[in-house]
Design a binder for this molecule. Sequence first.
Ligand code: ZN
Length: 94
Amino acid sequence: MRLIAKSPVGKNLKMVFTEKIKYEVKKLSHQSCCVYKNIGVEIHHIKPQAENGEDKLENAAPLCPSCHEIYGQNPTKRKFIRESRDIWYEIERL
Ligand SMILES: [Zn+2]
């Protein structure tokens, strides 16, 4: 059986990274979006929890609210987000 969350708050249900993971993502990205490089990020689940995506660093990407809106719900963009994040972390480390 498939459950589809339609309620306005449904989007935020169970989507929880620990403070430690959030801190780590913000640190690695210097608190900027991995796509548009905007300052101020939300921690995005690349694979949603609805599909058993885990609350781990590997599944977390720093996205600004705008990118979160555009790419967050789009499964075809997951590879793009993952790559953008990895490249961004790499650049920020230099
Ligand atoms: Zn963005």
